[in-house]
Design a protein around this ligand. Sequence first.
Ligand SMILES: NC(=O)C1=CN([C@@H]2O[C@H](COP(=O)(O)OP(=O)(O)OC[C@H]3O[C@@H](n4cnc5c(N)ncnc54)[C@H](O)[C@@H]3O)[C@@H](O)[C@H]2O)C=CC1
Ligand SMILES: CC(C)CC(=O)C(=O)O
Ligand SMILES: [Mg+2]
Length: 357
Amino acid sequence: MPKIAVLPGDGIGPEIVAEAVKVLKTIEEISGVHFEIDEYLVGGVAIDETGNPLPAETLEACLESDAVLLGAVGGPKWDDLPGNLRPEKALLGLRKELQLFSNLRPVKTYDSLISASTLKPEVIQGVDLLVIRELTGGIYFGEKSTEITENGIKVTDSLTYTEKEIERIVRLGFETAMKRRKKLTSVDKANVLESSRVWRKVVEKVAADYPEVELSHMLVDNCAMQLVRYPKQFDVIVTENMFGDILSDEAAMLTGSIGMLPSASIGTEKVAMYEPIHGSAPDIAGQGLANPLATILSVAMMLKYSFNLNQESEQIEQAVQKVLDAGYRTKDLATTESKIVSTKEMGELVIQAMKDE
Ligand SMILES: NC(=O)C1=CN([C@@H]2O[C@H](COP(=O)(O)OP(=O)(O)OC[C@H]3O[C@@H](n4cnc5c(N)ncnc54)[C@H](O)[C@@H]3O)[C@@H](O)[C@H]2O)C=CC1
Ligand SMILES: CC(C)CC(=O)C(=O)O
Ligand SMILES: [Mg+2]
């Protein structure tokens, strides 16, 4: 039986994951596929209970699973802890230990949400792009140091990539573009960073194996602007860790809310991790305001990528579309015409729509 480790985490994590797990259980009911689903501690709650943001039991369970479903970690309660003891360290640790070097963040606009966006309809209608973010290298994982100097604190975060790390993510970018509209934008900051200049060279080298792919290089600051100016120019974007983190939060707003964007982190081992792109949203935690759709859509990605259950995956995506078409919205997406629902009600509506299909 496929094993799924569920890590609700902090803030809105438990609320959104509860709805996503109900969706998984509905898939079991409808399709007859069975999963072994077990919950583990991660992040701030794990610090509170065990003193460790990533307890050994959680890491071992994830390593033995076929897939991990994660809510989010972090919050003000733990903000004053040193970097290596913070909840976010658990997330970085999981990504590294599970060797999840790629993070796929699809951005697809829904026609029924166009009025929820602050951008013009003609700019966002029909957007269908995929950000492929390198996930286990770069500045989030580089050496750090802090020292006291005559000018006060001197602090360093270093950004390191090996050619091998760049090549495997770039190759994935080309392979993925081949299965889509054959357009790849490699995003870097090659006018300033050595790492980006090597990144570009590797992209050029790999490009020789994919003559059918239309390749372009774009500087990250321009990309941030182009994403809101004319997002339909993009098919697949491949980029390094921090640029991908930032650009995908920006791209989320093409859909109307950061609560809409799922993600899949896939690596060299069999286990993959699925999580919404947003954080633990402490400002709305515990109030039933969180949009659970990014997490529910992450389950759809899990069924497709980890279990090859394509029909079941589509069933979830269609149910989400149906609920949105019917005008139901959590508060993050609400307009004057919306039927505003809570996190739990949104989960129930998706489940009902799945059962009605
Ligand atoms: N994957 C993870 O576990 C991540 C964790 N974090 C952590 O989360 C905490 C909060 O970080 P923020 O910068 O505030 O980012 P955030 O993504 O948690 O929230 C940013 C804004 O978006 C809203 N939002 C986020 N998800 C939403 C949802 N599903 N439905 C409705 N509204 C939603 C929040 O209410 C907030 O106003 C920090 O401790 C941060 O380190 C941040 C990003 C990713
Ligand atoms: C701890 C951070 C790197 C998490 C984050 O912002 C993300 O993965 O999107
Ligand atoms: Mg982020």
